[in-house]
Ligand binder design. Structure first.
Ligand code: CS2
Ligand code: MG
Length: 402
C-alpha cells in the first residue's frame, strides 16, 4: 500500500482551519487536523514544503515509523509548528488505517472503555452577574462540568470573555491586538467568583478555571489555595509551563487539581510534571501533541502516575481533531474530561461530523477511521483570512503572557 498524494486544505467557515488530506493507491484517503490558531500558514508551508514530498511512496500503515521519520528524522525537532504538522500526518494515517480495516478508530486504541465521554463547556460573562447567568444556562443544557471565566473589575478585557456573549474566539483579523492585564486585581477577584458559583449552583457541578499562564508560581500557589473551599475540578495553566519545576510550589500549598499543557507539543514538556506528580490532567491535544501515536505514549506514562487526560478542545481545533479525541477518550483507561466548545453552525457546511452531544457527554459513531469528512467544494466558499492571537502587556507596559 502506498501514499500517492497529499494536500492541505485551508478554509475559514467562521474561523481558519487547516486540514491535511492524504491519498493512497487503494482509493482510501485520511484527514488530519493541522490548525494552529494564528500560525496557520506556517504549518501549511511546513507540510507542503518539507513533509509532503517525503510522504509520497511511504506505506500509510507504518504509523510508528512514519511518526519517527518526521520526529526523530528531523534535526530541528519539536515546536508547535512542526509538531502540528506531525500530528496532522499521524491523524490522517490512523484515519486511513481505520478505513482500511473497516473499523472506528477507538477499536484500534483498545476498544471501548466507556460508551460516552464527559465534556466541559465554557461559561463567561463581562461581570459577575452575567457570568452567573451563563453558568446557569450551560447547566440547563445538561453540562455536568463548566469552565467559569469572568471579566475582572478594573481590567479592561480579560482572557476568556467573549465580546458578543456567543462564541469566544480569541484570534482577531489582522495583526495582534494588544490587551492589558493586572494579576493583583485578578487574584483578588477569582475566589469571589467561585464562592458565588457554589452559593448559586451548589457542589455537584464540576467547576473549572483557566488562569491562562498568567501567574508566577507563588501567585498560582495563593490562587490554588484560596480556591480550595470551592473544590474545582481543575485550575488550568496556572503558570506558563516552560518552568516545569515551578509547579512544585503550587503542590506544596494546595490540593486544587492542576491541568496544564495545551501549548505543549511533546512528552518532553511533561517529564518532570508527570514523574513528580505536579499535575493531575494532561491538556496537550492530538492536533498539537504529535497525534494519536504520541499521545498514546504520553497517556500511558501519565497513567502510571495516576494522571488523566483533559484534552484542549477550543473552537480553534477542528472537528477532525475533536472526533479523533472522542475516539481516544472512549478507549483509554485514564480519561479525565474533554473540553467541548461547540463549533459555529457554519462549520458544519464544510466538516461532516460523526459525534453527538447529549446531556453533558459526547459520543462517536461507528464510521470507520476518525469518521469526519470535509466538503472541499464548500471549503472553497470560505477562503482563509489572516487572524492573529492577541499580545498582552501588564498595565505598566511590560510584555506579558497572553
Ligand atoms: C483556552 C483556549 O480553551 C482553552 O483552554 O486556553 O481558548 C486558547 O486560549 C485558544 O485555544 C488559543 O487559540
Ligand atoms: Mg486553556
Amino acid at each position: 500500500m502506498k501514499i500517492t498524494n497529499a494536500k492541505v486544505i485551508v478554509c475559514s467557515p467562521g474561523r481558519n482551519f487547516v486540514t491535511l488530506k492524504i491519498y493512497t493507491d487503494q482509493g482510501v484517503y485520511g484527514l488530519g487536523d493541522a490548525t494552529l490558531n494564528g500560525m496557520e500558514k506556517a504549518v501549511v508551508s511546513y507540510l507542503e514544503d518539507y513533509c509532503i514530498p517525503s510522504l509520497i511512496g511511504k506505506d500509510p500503515r507504518n504509523t510508528e515509523d512514519i511518526w519517527q521519520y518526521f520526529y526523530r528524522g528531523v534535526y530541528w525537532r519539536r515546536g508547535a509548528v512542526s509538531m502540528t504538522a506531525v500530528s496532522a500526518i499521524d491523524m490522517a494515517l490512523w484515519d486511513i488505517k481505520g478505513k482500511m480495516l473497516n473499523t472506528p478508530l477507538y477499536n484500534l486504541l483498545g476498544g471501548k472503555s466507556r460508551e460516552k465521554v464527559m465534556v466541559y463547556c465554557h461559561a463567561n460573562g463581562k461581570d459577575l452577574s452575567e457570568t452567573m447567568e451563563k453558568v446557569g444556562s450551560e447547566i440547563n443544557k445538561g453540562f455536568k462540568a463548566v469552565r467559569v471565566q469572568s471579566g475582572v473589575p478594573g481590567i479592561e478585557h480579560t482572557y476568556g470573555v467573549s465580546k458578543d456573549s456567543k462564541f469566544y474566539e480569541p484570534a482577531h483579523k489582522g495583526l495582534p491586538h494588544e490587551e492589558s492585564w493586572e494579576t493583583s486585581k485578578y487574584l483578588n477577584f477569582v475566589p469571589t467568583l467561585f464562592k458565588k458559583v457554589r452559593e448559586l449552583y451548589g457542589d455537584n457541578i464540576h467547576l473549572l478555571h483557566d488562569a491562562h499562564h498568567r501567574c508566577s508560581p507563588i501567585e498560582a500557589s495563593r490562587l490554588a489555595q484560596e480556591l480550595e473551599p470551592y473544590h474545582l475540578f481543575w485550575l488550568e495553566d496556572p503558570v506558563s509551563g516552560e518552568l516545569q519545576e515551578g509547579l512544585r510550589l503550587i503542590r506544596q500549598h494546595s490540593t486544587t487539581p492542576i491541568a496544564i499543557g495545551e501549548v505543549f507539543n511533546s512528552i518532553y514538556d511533561y517529564t518532570t510534571l508527570i514523574t513528580e506528580q505536579l499535575i493531575d490532567y494532561i491538556r496537550m491535544p492530538l492536533v498539537h501533541g504529535g497525534g494519536i501515536t504520541h499521545l498514546l505514549k504520553v497517556a500511558a506514562m501519565a497513567s502510571v502516575y495516576q494522571i488523566n487526560t483533559g484534552f484542549h478542545g477550543a473552537t480553534d481545533l477542528s472537528p477532525v481533531n475533536l472526533a479523533a479525541a472522542i475516539h481516544f477518550n472512549t478507549a483509554v483507561n485514564n480519561f479525565g474530561i474533554q473540553e467541548y466548545m461547540p463549533h459555529q453552525e457554519i462549520v458544519n457546511e464544510v466538516f461532516k461530523t460523526n459525534y453527538r452531544f447529549d446531556d453533558g457527554f459526547l459520543t462517536i459513531d461507528d464510521s470507520p477511521g476518525i469518521g469526519v469528512d470535509i466538503d472541499e467544494k464548500a471549503a472553497l466558499k470560505f477562503p482563509y483570512s489572516m487572524a492573529r492571537l492577541p499580545v498582552n502587556r501588564k498595565t505598566d507596559g511590560t510584555m506579558f503572557n497572553w
